[in-house]
Ligand binder design. Structure first.
Ligand code: FAD
Ligand code: SIN
Length: 518
């Protein structure tokens, strides 16, 4: 019999401590933050390019929203884009009020430009260390609020339901105890799914946990097939692959092959600043064919370390001096446009459950995300979900508390070899380019790996989200945004619709039946 403790809190429970989670926590003022890492880990702190906000001369939220929808493969929601871009200036003011130090020029915020943005509107810090400054700020503000309780190194395993409502989460704490925590609302802010892939820019903790937990609880997922691959991750033995920010190409860096040929000139009129999926495919195809490709930023010379200190350090660590040498690159899984379906307040299809940040699918990005819009989305939806959860904080505790049976049977550790096999399988068959035979092979192989994956705390989440991405990718017989089918290379106007996906809810058990309460 599994032994665990029960805790009831009067405050909402936030799961995850990246930009979305800590924004929600600060918006709530009083809450419990559960995070499987130290506070403020996740993709957020590694963000380089910056935060998009239309604060420059001649720019406005309407133009920012139009650019957002223009790259979205026909699936970005103009109303959500309007809502997010209109809130951007206030969110930047809020961060500065908390002490964030963004780069400035002539007394004003310095604004960079990235692909797809028709204006300079990327706010950044220390050149390419925006995420570090953002998370330093949010972490300090969180720690300063005694009403925000933080449980670090605590892994959320599965959601607790009473009747149709999500009322809490079953967690494993730092000291190995299982604890059932219930409260008036649960806000998932667990980040993306990048670790599903062998090649990714995402840190180790980004294993799709929120998306998998919500799916097991019966929440509707949206557009799982839309994964964004970043074109320029540094090829080295490091995992995650260090990102070489798109801002480098914005600053004039070019892509060349082994012969020094600047191949993007022949691929797209915007060359290196073509849409992210176009550049990612160009790089991936050459790599897959055995040709090395490089990002050449040597024109920056001795100015490199000052302008791009994060990239400079990563390249030097990998033994490359980017002032003098071009850097070997490949595409890498970077961002999940799909996720848990939410409305404009971050509410999921399950009462009591919210999702924000990368684990949520707000319809802002559609099939393709405009660069630097995700930190902004986390800042905006973090605040909106907090406001809504604070208003709707009613706890209904009459039905028996249920958790997925599997949550009580997970081991302490993942089967590392099975996880490696899964990540390679996803990269090879469900990555930058997909086709029916590869997707079917991936589905079959996943089924054989499943018994080894499903007992591991992160591995079972990787398996769940892999299965969902494969199923949705098989179903979308066209190419759109981040989803490219080599057997259906064109966009099909008849398929301009979202994919809604309801995984079969996991078998559950009542907490009382398995409990020894503390
Ligand atoms: P994350 O920041 O990933 O945080 C997830 C949190 O959830 C972590 O604290 C983690 O510990 C916790 N967690 C996960 N699972 C569990 C669990 N089971 N139990 C408890 N806790 C859990 N976007 C931009 O807009 N601009 C950029 O310049 C930019 N650059 C990027 C550079 C890199 C290298 C990467 C990887 C991404 C970049 N992105 C950028 C994307 C952006 O950083 C992410 O989309 C965003 O930070 C996601 O924020 P989040 O709060 O949703 O999740
Ligand atoms: C980058 O700096 O290239 C990444 C920006 C983003 O993913 O939004």
């Amino acid at each position: 019999m599994t032994e665990f403790f029960e805790v009831r809190t009067a405050d909402p429970i936030v799961i995850g401590s990246g930009v979305a989670g800590l924004t929600a926590a600060l918006g709530l003022g009083s809450c419990l933050v559960i995070t499987k890492t130290a506070l403020a880990e996740g993709s957020s702190r590694w963000a380089q390019g910056g935060i998009a906000a239309a604060v420059g001369d001649g720019d406005d939220a309407v133009q920012h929203a139009a650019d957002t929808v223009a790259v979205s493969g026909g699936l970005g929601d103009p109303l959500v884009a309007k809502l997010v871009t209109a809130a951007a200036a206030e969110r930047i003011d809020w961060l500065q009020g908390l002490g964030a130090m963004f780069d400035r020029k002539d007394g004003k915020l310095a604004l960079g430009r990235e692909a797809g943005h028709k204006r300079h509107r990327i706010i950044h810090a220390d050149g390419d260390a925006t995420g570090a400054e953002l998370m330093r700020t949010l972490r300090a503000a969180t720690i300063a609020r005694p009403q925000i309780d933080v449980w670090e190194d605590t892994l959320a395993l599965d959601l607790i339901r009473r009747g149709g409502r999500v009322t809490g989460v079953l967690v494993r704490t730092r000291d190995g105890r299982l604890v059932a925590i219930e409260g008036p609302a649960v806000i998932l802010a667990t980040g993306g799914i990048g670790r599903v892939y062998a090649q990714t820019t995402n840190p180790a903790e980004v294993t799709g946990d929120g998306t998998a937990m919500a799916g097991r609880a019966g929440a509707t997922l949206l557009d799982p097939e839309f994964v964004q691959f970043h074109p320029t991750a540094l090829v080295s033995p490091l995992d995650p692959m260090p990102l070489l920010t798109e801002a480098l190409r914005g600053a004039g860096a070019v892509l060349v092959d082994e012969s020094g040929n600047r191949y993007m000139m022949g691929e797209h009129p915007d060359a290196e600043l073509a849409p992210r999926d176009v550049v990612a495919r160009a790089n991936w195809r050459r790599r897959a064919a055995g040709t090395a490709v490089f990002l050449d930023a040597t024109h920056l010379g001795d100015g490199f370390p000052g302008r791009f200190p994060t990239v400079f350090a990563a390249a030097m660590d990998a033994g490359i001096n980017p002032r003098r040498e071009a850097m070997p690159v490949n595409a890498a899984a970077h961002y999940h446009m799909g996720g848990i379906q939410v409305d404009e307040h971050g509410r999921t299809s399950l009462p009591g459950l919210y999702a924000i940040g990368e684990t949520a699918a707000t319809r802002l990005h559609g099939a393709n995300r405009l660069a630097s819009n995700s930190l902004l989305e986390g800042l905006v939806f973090g605040a909106r979900a907090a406001a809504d959860a604070a208003r709707r904080g009613d706890f209904v505790g009459f039905e028996p508390a249920m958790v997925p049976l599997s949550a009580l049977n997970v081991d302490d550790a993942d089967d590392a070899a099975a996880v490696t096999a899964l990540r390679q399988l996803m990269w090879d068959n469900v990555g930058v380019e997909r086709d029916a035979s590869g997707l079917l092979a991936a589905r079959a192989r996943l089924a054989t790996l499943l018994p080894r994956l499903e007992r591991g705390p992160s591995a079972r989440n990787l398996a769940t989200v892999s299965g969902v991405v494969i199923a949705a990718a098989l179903q979308r017989t066209e190419s759109r945004g981040g989803h490219y089918r080599s057997d259906f290379p064109n966009r099909d106007p008849a398929r301009r619709h979202h994919t809604t996906y309801r995984p079969i809810p996991a078998a559950t058990t009542t907490l009382q039946a398995a409990t020894v309460a503390a």
